[in-house]
Ligand binder design. Structure first.
Ligand SMILES: [Zn+2]
Length: 70
């Protein structure tokens, strides 16, 4: 049993075995928050997100994600 701290919400995550696919986040939601933040920072340098790019972000939403098991 090991723990790490979520990079987004700082919650402590307890896991057993190999590192979770969501590491260093506690959930796909936090992963998405961080990704969205990062992408926004990249895009706002040049311009706003186009609807297509926003749609691409939405496709990455955690709800659509299948849990990965190894
Ligand atoms: Zn979190």
């Amino acid at each position: 049993m090991s723990t790490y701290q979520c990079a987004t919400c700082r919650r402590e995550v307890v896991y057993d075995g190999p590192l979770p696919v969501r590491y260093p986040f506690c959930s796909s939601r936090c992963q998405f928050v961080d990704l969205g933040k990062w992408l926004r920072e990249q895009y706002t340098i040049e311009r706003d997100l186009t609807p297509e790019e926003a749609g691409e972000l939405l496709r990455l939403r955690p709800e659509a994600e299948e849990p990965q098991r190894r």
